[in-house]
Design a binder for this molecule. Structure first.
Ligand code: APR
Ligand code: PHB
Length: 394
């Protein structure tokens, strides 16, 4: 088999790249270790920046997103029992975000790919990448007991944090930066109306909580928990009780509880790989970086990596220029580090750090107090939350 771009991973990064490449007349095959149903069963964040919305449109898959996505012009910070609205729309001169679950976005991309008859191999075992330091890279995989080889011009490593591509890069050529946080997020999805029409990020003495949503009838809530907690130990009732203890009276009056559809604990991590290019192999999305979820930057960063990579590959094929692929890593990393910084900052502002004393809580309160009373402070949060422009500082 031969293709122009072999894409490893059918998460949002791989699927979006495949769609954009197809629009530009560039062939790609996607290899995915899991089944499609498994990929769709993973619950992830669901706040899209405008650049991500625009990319879904550019890929020709934005119809359902526009019909069902909810536009949010602000969100609340809840601190010391007081709610403060960050009016993103006003603070950024009219920008918003859209609440649309990553699962739905992935489904739209999968369905479009299938409808166009574009090749995706699900349940591909033992995917291996070869010869990406030459101009004839290859990918091998096993399916139904047989080994297959794909010859290609480029390999796109869209295979997430645990993927094979980053691990195959020569150790001497790669540097990894990592911070692991001393707590996790226990998330619960339920078919109950959201407690508020916008998101609430709460810094409470019992720890962080987030009230998010997927639709007008489906809520997503999180509470900060110790890393030693096990999800089986958290009954639905225990979750709702703990959430209540971290919210204000008004929210508690509005809160509608119900059975969980999904409950899981996710660790929090900041992680960046440098560079994102190894000869003819590129990393995009979670394969190259992870952010803690505070601020929902993971999917948005994956989408912008893919935009830069698509532009670079298009330039290679249409203009026979390597300038774009040569700059991909540098341009993508600039944006990645900015979002990493914001996600780290927002995490340390809103969580209770078990090893820090009371003085750190006082610093947090003072910082929040400063931010909320300063228009420039609020603007800083708002412009990072809606997403910095693609060409910011380039
Ligand atoms: N071979 C083939 N596929 C693989 C392999 C492998 N060796 N390893 C991993 N994969 C697949 C995974 O099964 C997964 O479906 O690669 C896909 C990677 O998808 P994601 O983890 O969703 O990563 P990405 O597409 O970059 O999306 C980033 O996901 O984790 C969130 O916050 C993150 O929202 C962001 C988004
Ligand atoms: C979510 O809805 O899952 C979500 C929303 C906002 C965040 C993180 C997660 O900052």
């Amino acid at each position: 088999m031969r293709t122009q771009v072999a894409i490893i991973g059918a998460g949002p990064s791989g699927l979006l790249l495949g769609q954009l490449l197809h629009k530009s007349g560039i062939d790609a095959i996607i290899l995915e270790r899991q089944t499609g149903d498994y990929v769709l069963s993973r619950i992830r964040a669901g706040v899209l920046e405008q650049v991500c919305i625009d990319l879904m449109d550019e890929a020709g898959v934005g119809k359902r997103m526009h019909e069902e996505g909810l536009i949010h012009g602000g969100f609340d910070l809840l601190v010391d029992g007081q709610r403060h609205r960050i009016d993103m729309n006003k603070l950024t001169g009219g920008q918003n975000v859209m609440v649309y679950g990553q699962t739905e976005l992935t489904r739209d991309l999968m369905e479009a790919r299938e409808a166009q008859g574009l090749p995706t191999v699900y349940s591909a075992d033992n995917v291996q990448v070869h010869d990406f330091d030459t101009d004839k890279p290859r990918v091998t995989y096993e399916k139904d007991g047989q080994t297959h080889t794909i010859e290609c011009d480029f390999i796109a490593g869209c295979d997430g944090f645990h993927g094979v591509c980053r691990k195959s890069a020569p150790r001497s050529a790669i540097k990894e930066y990592e911070k692991v946080y001393p707590f996790g997020w226990l998330g619960m999805l339920s078919d109950t109306p959201p407690v508020h029409h916008e998101l609430i990020y709460a810094n409470s003495p019992r720890g962080f909580a987030l009230c998010s949503q997927r639709s007008l009838t489906r809520s997503r809530y999180y509470v900060q928990v110790p890393l030693t907690d096990k999800v089986e130990e958290w009954s639905d009732d225990a979750f709702w009780n703990e959430l209540r203890l971290r919210l204000d009276d008004e929210a508690n009056e509005q809160l509608v509880t119900g059975p969980s559809i999904e409950k899981s604990i996710a660790p929090l991590r900041s992680f960046v790989t440098e560079p994102l290019r190894f000869g003819r192999m590129f990393l995009a999305g979670d394969a190259g970086h992870i952010v803690p979820p505070t601020g929902a930057k993971g999917l948005n960063l994956a989408a912008t990596d893919v935009k830069y990579l698509h532009n670079a590959l298009k330039e290679f094929y249409e203009e026979k220029s390597e300038a774009g692929i040569d700059r991909y890593s540098e341009i993508a990393l600039k944006r990645i580090w900015r979002a990493e910084r914001f996600s780290w900052w927002f995490t340390q502002l809103m969580h209770k750090f078990p090893d820090d004393g009371e003085i750190v809580s006082k610093f947090q309160r003072a910082e929040i107090d400063y931010l909320l009373n300063s228009e420039s402070g609020q603007k800083t949060i708002a412009e990072n939350y809606v997403g910095l422009p693609l060409d910011f500082g380039q």
